[in-house]
Design a protein around this ligand. Structure first.
Ligand code: HEC
Ligand code: HEC
Length: 176
């Protein structure tokens, strides 16, 4: 499993560690802690959690400590509305029916990496058919930065090895 998560992708002047998954990333927790501190202190355990859908007051970035329903609310309020037009702008045809299941699968998987296609990173490049190369570019330049922002993270940065990358959604198999 670990080997899967340690790829380094160099291409188009960008390097990606594909597997900067949310759950493997301590900086997510840090970012949230800082955000909470800035609003007057961390939330007490039993304090009511602000609902992600409670309007302007509601958080616009993810909190990994939310329960399942709170995460679903956030996805409805922010992830789907932002990601659906982005995917459809790239290909209205391919993502005509874009919805939660485009990322979560049918049958439903809590994490997209158990639902969407696995990626293979070989010799630092994603193995995709020639006609899928624009799609990889779209994932890098649109999907990763947007989703990183929604999760309150920076896009994967090769200089620090931190941030949200392909592995936040895909399982990545690294092949030498
Ligand atoms: C663009 C892709 C994408 C779309 C669209 C999307 N999600 Fe998610 N969702 C994710 C990712 C990535 C995670 C995992 C976050 C993490 O690592 O904790 C996630 C996590 C979740 C979780 C938390 C699961 C758990 O671990 O308990 C729920 C619930 C959820 N999504 C519901 C939804 C619902 C409902 C919709 C549609 C309104 C939706 N998602 C649409 C990408 C997506
Ligand atoms: C926010 C979640 C998310 C992130 C981050 C993400 N992807 Fe994707 N990716 C998807 C979804 C959703 C699909 C489409 C699944 C479908 O339509 O069945 C997809 C499809 C793909 C496909 C087509 C796979 C196939 O066999 O059809 C490739 C290739 C791909 N992504 C590459 C990447 C690369 C490279 C990165 C990092 C630069 C990346 N993705 C980051 C969500 C994501």
């Amino acid at each position: 499993m670990l080997a899967e998560r340690r790829g380094l992708f160099i291409g188009a002047g960008l390097a990606y560690t594909p597997a900067m998954g949310m759950d493997a990333n301590k900086s997510a927790v840090l970012v949230v802690a800082v955000a909470l501190a800035a609003c007057g202190g961390a939330r007490a355990k039993d304090a009511p959690t602000p609902s992600p859908t409670s309007g302007e007051e509601g958080p616009v970035t993810w909190d990994p400590s939310w329960d399942h329903d709170e995460k679903a609310d956030f996805m409805k309020a922010h992830v789907l509305p932002e990601m659906k037009p982005a995917f459809q702008a790239f290909s209205a045809e391919r993502w005509d029916g874009f919805n939660c299941k485009t990322c979560h699968g049918d049958p439903w998987q809590d994490h997209p990496r158990d639902a969407i296609p696995r990626l293979t990173l070989k010799g630092g490049e994603f193995e995709v058919p020639e006609d899928e190369k624009p799609l990889v570019e779209f994932m890098k330049t649109e999907v990763v930065p947007k989703m990183a922002a929604l999760f309150g993270q920076k896009p994967y940065d090769p200089a620090t090895g931190e941030g949200f990358g392909c592995g936040g959604c895909h399982t990545v198999d690294v092949v030498e």
